[in-house]
Design a protein around this ligand. Structure first.
Ligand code: AHG
Ligand code: MN
Ligand code: MN
Length: 342
């Protein structure tokens, strides 16, 4: 009789293979990119875990004891990711928050373009608070000839995969290829990501909001009215949770229910976060998890990017909450009801 082996543990690798079997025509290229990103993230994770030792091992940006220049962690993460992606040969171009322009691999046969924020929440590195890596994958439109703007700057709705790695109390990978969202936790003892959060969805109940409310006085009227409403009129008080790392704030809200926002302000109407590197991948994940992502007016994934580093106001999380926010923006507009009627 055949012996039965039962284990409830599924590694990321096993998960990828299982999923590929559901798509017999898959070439495996996309999976290879995910593997390359994960490889880089494990290296970044190692350095992130040592960040607290910089005082005794040498500060980043300075020369270390061996006379080598110590790299800042966000630039280190950037280099690791780019290196892994191009060595993997499935990618023909990379856009990064740390690079002014696309890095194009001439002559590459890779069909994919990766956009990324190699280290998100970098101001939290020095204070031992969670940070992350965000990635977003597109397929090039024209397989022949030089890459065009149409290949490089696509709407978020064209993403074929997106995800983030959270360097927190545990290291986690959360990603989607458009068939739901799955979360994996790194088991450091075996160096493998294990499926820990299958089919992630925002819980129905939402009473957390995440925003840098220090900017309140400069928010537009619609945002202010929404914030006043959730604090003043809701039957149960909302919790305010704001870490200052989008990945960590988003992740908590995905697990517990909540809305993350980085609104526009009078000085910066488009806010701070990047459409390409931050908003689009998180919007894709949010929608795949039953949530919603809006600029306050438009669906994030429908926005046609005009430039690589374009910024966008973002409100992302539980669908009902984002809809409520949109209704306030619609009612009060940017400068308040009175300004709209003049
Ligand atoms: P990055 O470290 O990649 O520049 O991103 C930081 C972002 C985001 O993670 C976070 O939500 C936001 O900036 C925090 O900004 P404030 O300090 O203005 O709240
Ligand atoms: Mn960022
Ligand atoms: Mn960053």
């Amino acid at each position: 009789m055949e012996r039965q082996f039962k284990s409830s543990v599924i590694t990321l690798e096993q998960f990828i293979i299982q999923k590929e079997q559901n798509f017999p025509y898959a070439t495996g290229q996309l999976s290879k990119i995910i593997r390359d990103i994960v490889l880089a993230s494990r290296i970044i994770n190692r350095e992130v875990n040592k960040a607290g030792l910089v005082d005794i091992l040498g500060l980043t940006g300075e020369t270390n004891i061996q006379g080598e220049e110590q790299q800042k962690l966000d630039l280190y993460a950037n280099d690791q990711m780019i290196d892994a992606l191009f060595k993997g040969r499935m990618v023909c171009a990379v856009g990064s928050e740390e690079e002014d322009d696309f890095i194009i691999k001439n002559g590459s046969t890779g069909k994919y373009i990766v956009l990324m924020d190699p280290l998100d929440g970098s101001s939290n590195i020095d204070v031992n608070v969670s940070i992350g890596t965000i990635f977003s994958i597109y397929r090039r439109k024209h397989l022949e000839g030089e890459l065009t703007r149409e290949d490089l700057l696509q709407k978020g709705s064209e993403q074929v995969a997106a995800g983030y790695i959270l360097y927190g109390s545990s290291t986690m990978l959360v990603y989607t290829t458009g068939h739901g969202v799955n979360g994996f936790t790194l088991d450091p003892s075996i160096g493998e990501f294990l499926l820990s959060h299958p089919n992630m969805e925002f819980p129905e109940y939402c009473n957390t909001y995440s925003v840098n409310e220090g900017n309140y006085r400069d928010f537009f009227e619609g945002t202010k009215q929404y914030l006043r409403h959730i604090k003043r009129d809701s039957p149960k008080p909302y919790k305010l949770r704001y870490i200052g790392s989008m990945v960590a704030d988003f992740h908590r809200n995905l697990l517990k229910g909540g809305i993350f926002m980085y609104p526009g302000t009078i000085q910066r109407p488009k806010g701070k976060l990047r459409l390409t590197f931050e908003a689009n991948p998180m919007a894709f994940i949010a929608e795949q998890a039953g949530g919603m992502a809006s600029s306050g007016r438009d669906r994030i994934l429908d926005i046609d990017p005009q430039e690589l580093h374009e910024r966008v106001p973002i409100f992302v999380g539980n669908k009902e909450e984002v809809l409520k926010l949109e209704s306030y923006i619609k009612a009060y507009g940017k400068y308040g009801r009175e300004a709209i009627t003049v």
